[in-house]
Write a protein that binds this ligand. Sequence first.
Ligand code: SF4
Ligand code: SF4
Length: 366
Amino acid sequence: MKKLGFGLMRLPCKSSDGKDIDLERVSEMVDKFLSRGFTYFDTAYVYHGGFSEVAFRECVVKRHPRDSFTITTKLPLFSKPDRAGMEKLFNESYERLGVEYIDYYWLHALNRDSYRYAKDSGAFDYLRELKAAGKIRHMGFSFHDNAETLDKILTEQPDMEFVQLQINYLDWEDGGVQSRLCYETAVKHGKPVIVMEPVKGGALANPPKKVEKLLKDADPEASCASWAVRFAASLPGVMVVLSGMSNIEQVEDNVSYMEDFKPLNEDEKAMLLSAAEDIKLAIPCTACRYCTDGCPMSIKIPDIFAIYNTMKRDLHKKWEAREKYAELIKESGKADDCIGCEQCVNACPQHLEIPRLLAECSADLS
Ligand code: SF4
Ligand code: SF4
């Protein structure tokens, strides 16, 4: 299998709530991806408020033969479903996708707390039953916590076949994300790795000028994003690197260098790891958008954080950032509308203190 996977969490939309996906544009994107020999797609029950799975059915399942693609989706445990609730969630995904079987089915975003719940509620056994019944082909989990917790899960659940990890050159040595340590733990347990967030929610596609120059000097033709994807794909034991593609240009760029993938050499890897020192983000948000659906004040949290990060990286852009922020909040909540309910904090896989960070954004952007 080629090592690039199509992440279906940042699809082009016709409306700002992320639910009116532009199926014509997505069809063009998936056709290009499949025509170049790529097969792996990744979605989740929660992406685009459930419409990502529907878009996959409309653009891929109804338009391409079943043996030309593989599909992953994920069982959310955020609302602590009981066994009947899990069956309901699975059946909804199953119907939305419109396939007879799901190739890869993951428990979504395990960490220390949700692992405890998954174990106590029988979620792992539910995956085993689905596999025995032929409704899913492979089972595993996506993961957001430290290497010690990952080691515990893989030791206690040895039949989980794959693990999806956040790996990129910025987080490789990060003490919180622990990309390297988590990767090494998965390898120790002999589990193939699917990589998510290789471009850190887009941040590594637009790094600071100094890093951009370094990368362009090394290869004028290569995009900054390509360096980040290739860093993750070069790791032995990595099966697929997911890229959440939003337009045809991103698809064309990604397939161009992943079609005949060439791993980075040791000097190139060292260059990226040293560049990471110059890219510290003020707020390490990956724009996954898990926090936005339940916000009672309709605050576009990741969009505010992205504007704030750009401003902090380049103080000359302060006025531009303020203008962007003023535009953003015309149709959504302001940073200082936050009432501190912490719904978003519980949903955030990066464990960000969102209300406090929004207050900082408000102070600088208002
Ligand atoms: S804490 Fe603030 S930002 Fe988070 S969900 Fe509640 S109101 Fe929205
Ligand atoms: S704040 Fe957290 S949950 Fe929200 S988009 Fe960023 S990383 Fe995802």
